[in-house]
Design a protein around this ligand. Structure first.
Ligand SMILES: Cc1cc2nc3c(=O)[nH]c(=O)nc-3n(C[C@H](O)[C@H](O)[C@H](O)COP(=O)(O)O)c2cc1C
Length: 357
């Protein structure tokens, strides 16, 4: 495969491993992916959940865990491209970005809102930045804003489609439209339109802005199809969950392997955004309207009123990451049911790049 430049480094396989919070993509998975020539991404969402003082001062614990996980990944892939996924919707966004830069992150990828201030937080560093967008409109808005305000553009860009896991950047209505009318006809046009917007900024800044498409990408054919639309690579998350190197507990990986197509549903997260998850015992109760008032607030989301939500998203993601797979929230991509057995990062990377045919 052709090498792709990432700042002063290169990747030998055009694969970004998508950030997975809480506790699913930490230093071990990110390091393994970077070692195999892709981009390894650590999620900062409640990254400090295993620190002893986490429940007293979650923010301090999270900031402290950022360099620790980064060093873990760096020890596995001394020359690899390693970075962080930092969600705009979370409290402490600025502090997490600054800690990531200080740790030596090669890249920061930000979604769950538009990362309007991100260029400011990486100024003077070598950390590359990429927004995650789901529509032509959001691509245009963020690139125009960075151009006007900071006289710079994205170093690369991630397009996240409706087959992805975790929170989705679509309204419930547009999700239904895409899923009913077929991905190919609807979303591929959006991908082409977003790439056309990116090309304008490539011309303006006279440098390449690699584009990676995320959401349901699991096979070499997906990579080829996205390349035929003009993308440079793919961002993949779900396929890496069932690898030996993934930071999730074994019970979490087993739950993925046991899941059937019908177990995977679009659910509403407590703050109203649609998300995709495995319907386990906990989620069945939520879907029936049961409420789980939070005992304490971990102050995670900027827009959350603990008095009004059906459950605390941080608490349920932490439960899942601690192995309580029937009581926790298990985010997953639309194709999670296809995973058949525990594998390795190297094997997934080779499959995604069509190397073992
Ligand atoms: C378990 C899980 C957790 C995720 N957590 C995050 C997150 O913390 N931040 C984020 O921007 N995206 C998150 N995502 C989305 C992924 O980074 C990725 O873009 C998407 O899932 C790609 O689709 P795929 O899973 O079908 O490969 C998560 C996805 C999964 C499956």
């Amino acid at each position: 495969m052709k090498q792709l430049a990432f700042g002063d480094k290169t990747i030998s396989r055009p694969i970004i491993q998508g950030g997975m919070g809480v506790g699913i993509s930490l230093g071990n998975l990110a390091g393994a992916v970077a070692k195999e020539g892709g981009v390894g991404i650590i999620s900062t969402a409640q990254i400090g959940f295993r620190e002893p003082d986490f429940y007293d001062c979650p923010m301090d614990a999270n900031i402290r865990a950022i360099p620790l996980e980064f060093q873990k990944a760096r020890a596995i892939a001394p020359k690899g491209v390693i970075g962080f996924n930092i969600m705009v919707a979370l409290n402490g966004y600025k502090e997490c970005c600054e800690a990531a830069v200080l740790a030596g992150a090669d890249v920061i990828i930000s979604g769950a809102g538009l990362p309007t201030e991100l260029p400011k937080y990486v100024e003077g560093s070598k950390t590359l930045i990429a927004p995650i967008v789901s529509s032509k409109k959001s691509a245009s808005v963020i690139l125009k804003l960075w151009h006007r305000k900071y006289k710079r553009t994205a170093d690369f860009l991630v397009i996240e489609g409706p087959m992805a896991g975790g929170h989705l950047g679509f309204s419930k209505e547009s999700m239904e439209e895409y899923l009913e009318n077929g991905y190919d006809d609807y979303y591929e046009n959006e991908i082409r339109d977003i790439i056309a917007v990116v090309r304008e900024y490539e011309d303006r800044y006279q440098h390449k802005i690699p584009v990676f498409v995320a959401g349901g990408m699991g096979q070499y054919e997906d990579l080829e199809r996205m390349r035929s639309l003009g993308a440079d690579g793919i961002q993949v998350a779900t396929r890496f969950v069932t690898t030996k190197e993934c930071d999730a507990p074994e019970a979490y990986k087993e739950r993925y392997l046991d899941s059937k197509r019908d177990d995977i549903k679009i659910v509403s997260s407590p703050v109203g955004m649609p998300g995709r998850a495995i319907v386990n015992f906990f989620m069945e109760q939520v879907l029936e309207g049961k409420k789980f008032p939070p005992k304490r607030c971990l102050n995670c989301l900027k827009k959350c009123n603990p008095a009004e939500i059906p459950y605390c998203i941080s608490q349920r993601l932490i439960m899942a990451a601690s192995g309580q797979v029937e009581q926790g929230l298990l985010f997953c991509g639309a194709n999670a049911y296809q995973e058949q057995e525990l594998t390795t990062v190297g094997e997934v990377m080779r499959e995604l790049c069509g190397e073992n045919r």
